[in-house]
Design a protein around this ligand. Structure first.
Ligand code: FES
Length: 155
């Protein structure tokens, strides 16, 4: 499998920014994910070849970062924080509500491919707990009503 010219050019550009081109590994994964939505084994191997690291080294980085998806995800990824501040301010109610209205458990994608639901460690939005991130947007002080309104913004 080959990456697109655009992906390869973007990765090569990142590699010029570091003394050690291998330091661009995480950026390479992010570029692949940006273009494909997730990082398949084949895409990971192709990206490793461009960066000049082994697929195992690339995989080690991919599995360390929880924002790199190694399985297909829906059009929008909901990450709900289960760390201490959010846990104390209503995580259980909000996560149960999300599971109920979406009809999925953690790690699953809705039947219409609209949302994937994942738990995540602290989003750095602790004073606004319970908090979640959808794609790159942060939402806090969640209530079931607020969740309904927020999800409507993601077709
Ligand atoms: S504990 Fe939830 S954002 Fe920090």
């Amino acid at each position: 499998m080959k990456l697109s010219e655009t992906e390869i050019a973007a990765i090569r550009h990142e590699m010029t920014l570091y003394e050690d081109p291998g330091a661009a590994t995480i950026e390479a994964l992010k570029i692949v994910q940006e273009h494909r939505g997730w990082v398949s084994d084949e895409a990971l191997e192709a990206a490793a070849a461009v960066v000049g690291v082994t697929p195992t080294q690339m995989e080690a980085v991919a599995t360390f970062y929880n924002l790199i998806f190694r399985q297909p995800v829906g059009r929008h990824v909901i990450m709900i924080c289960d760390s201490i501040s959010c846990y104390l301010t209503g995580y259980e109610e909000i996560s149960a509500y999300l599971k109920k209205i979406l009809g999925v458990e953690f790690g699953q994608t809705t039947a219409d491919n609209r949302f994937t639901l994942l738990p995540i460690v602290c989003l750095g939005n602790c004073d606004n707990g319970p908090a979640m991130r959808i794609n790159t947007d942060y939402h806090g002080r969640l209530t079931p009503e607020k969740v309904d309104a927020i999800l409507a913004e993601y077709p």
